[in-house]
Write a protein of this length. Structure first.
Length: 189
């Protein structure tokens, strides 16, 4: 019985270790540009509510292409995402003391004393968690707002994030190098 259980545990462990290698990605392509979206796991407290997405825009044509704009919908801005997961020190202290008070009678007030001792450590770790969430949110809210040119085989990377179970939509407007007309490349959810 122990061999069966340990075999199952080992299989599940290996499966979840290699799961990020099979991350969900989607590619949209035309004769000029290729756009690939890959979902990324966030590593701060943002990961509870948000998923990160990395986009790679590549010129597959043999001449430079002028990209006029990149529009992203259904994404979360860095400030909104950070403020939605930010916890204040007073809130963290109140939760810790509340747990100590709730368990005071069964533990003969030892939990209350322990929670009073733990409050400064909880406040400091909460501030560290806020800093990590803020830095990660800023990394996932960067893209070029002005027009730019992509040379042949060149790749541009930009990142964004969205609420869990939602995927952003992207629209790229670029100039056709042959006809000089505006074209679009859309990636819907």
């Amino acid at each position: 019985m122990k061999k069966i259980v340990s075999g199952i545990v080992l299989f599940v462990f290996c499966f979840f270790q290699y799961l990020p290698a099979f991350s969900l990605s989607k590619t949209e392509e035309n004769n000029y540009l290729s756009l690939k979206r890959t979902s990324r796991h966030l590593h701060s407290r943002l990961s509870k509510d948000y998923t990160g997405y990395e986009y790679k825009l590549k010129n597959v044509y043999d001449k430079p292409i002028n990209v006029q704009s990149i529009s992203v919908w259904d994404n979360a801005s860095s400030k909104v995402a950070y403020l939605s997961v930010k916890r204040t020190g007073a809130r963290a202290a109140a939760e810790t003391l509340g747990t100590g008070v709730a368990l005071a009678l069964p533990t003969l007030t030892l939990s209350l004393i322990g929670s009073v001792i733990a409050v400064p450590f909880i406040i400091v770790s909460n501030q560290i968690g806020n800093i990590g969430a803020n830095q990660e949110a800023k990394r996932y809210d960067k893209r070029q707002d002005s027009s730019f040119t992509i040379n042949p085989k060149e790749e541009i990377v930009f990142k964004t994030m969205a609420l869990r179970m939602h995927k952003p939509s992207v629209k790229i407007v670029f100039t056709n190098p042959i006809t000089e007309e505006n074209m679009t490349l859309d990636m819907q959810k």
